[in-house]
Write a protein that binds this ligand. Sequence first.
Ligand SMILES: Nc1nc2c(ncn2[C@@H]2O[C@H](COP(=O)(O)OP(=O)(O)OP(=O)(O)O)[C@@H](O)[C@H]2O)c(=O)[nH]1
Length: 383
Amino acid sequence: MAISDEQFERIATTVITGFLGSGKTTLLNALLTQDGMENTAVLINEFGDIGLDHLLVREVSEDVVLLNSGCICCSVRGDLISGLRDLFVKRTRGEIPAFDRVIIETTGLADPAPILHTLMTDPLLTTKFRLDSVVTTVDALHGSGQLDQHPESVKQAAVADRILMTKSDLADDATRDALSARLRALNPAAPIYPVVNGDIAVSRLFNAGLYDPETKSMDVQKWLRDEAYDQHGDDPHDHGHNHDHSHDHEHDHEHGHDDHDHHGHSHDVNRHDDHIQSFCITFDEPLHWDAFVTWAEIFTQMRGENLLRVKGILNLVGEDAPVAIHAVQHIFHPPASLSAWPSDDHRSRIVFITKDLGPQVIRDSLYHLNAAISETAEQGQPS
Ligand SMILES: Nc1nc2c(ncn2[C@@H]2O[C@H](COP(=O)(O)OP(=O)(O)OP(=O)(O)O)[C@@H](O)[C@H]2O)c(=O)[nH]1
């Protein structure tokens, strides 16, 4: 699925998030010593003890700008915009090296949504930078308690493309396994890598976005990973949840525990995280774009805070090729038109990680909106 080089001229951006003290700075320090990281610019909230002369490090403050809605989930970060713009201008003028990647480290208490919204919506940033991956650090020992007590910690795990279980040397097998199962239930598609002192190859963390710079194409299947989620079929009257947990998670954690289900999220674990659900909704019949847009407007306006992360590939009426959609809470990324289907599976598939919002209401509302628009379109046809 070749696409124009323009997409790849945009600078890949990785966001590192994770709870206070979960090892973000340790990770960043370790990453920056690896080969191939020489052209990386870093934006961090505090300088801390990072001191790498050859790198471009710039501090950003907690300057958050509320959009018209006045909602913190929908805010954009003015400092992030000015920080990235400033870096880009200096790069263009040759005042700093031509970095080809940016890493943004958030503060430990940050809700990552405003940062992602900023990268997804600011008109200048979206033409110069592309969100490549969200990497979330979770403390192997304290992560479970933090998920219980801090909603930001749950959001940080839910929006991740990659989860690093940091300080894996400090937790025993049972603790790591329980946390791993819980994280998998929260975010089935993100690979979970156990890490000690930030020691992980950068290649595992980058290139998680829709655009694959190695092949210069869009790798939808790798990005969507809908096979990792529970599937909810297209019959609105059949809400039997298919608990076929044939998930295919990458998982480096090898310590032979027979009592741990390495291939699925256990329902014992789900009970502890009753508010968060992850699922995939599929539609066999093509969708009307108007139906999807109407649905998206209603849900982002009314339930945006409950939509932690949404990704999908849509089969649209009248279109031969699919469209990729992507949202974080209230904000939808501009849809990306693909040139062809990635496989023979031409169903629309949308994966959701939600809070207090189940698949049935989402599925039914989109199904009925689509049916209503189909009916209207058919009635408008000359007989
Ligand atoms: N034993 C062990 N300690 C670690 C590991 N990773 C980080 N630490 C320690 O954990 C502490 C917190 O690590 P940081 O990297 O500062 O965590 P952070 O997420 O950047 O912290 P904040 O910026 O305060 O949110 C430090 O004392 C690290 O040395 C690890 O894998 N194993």
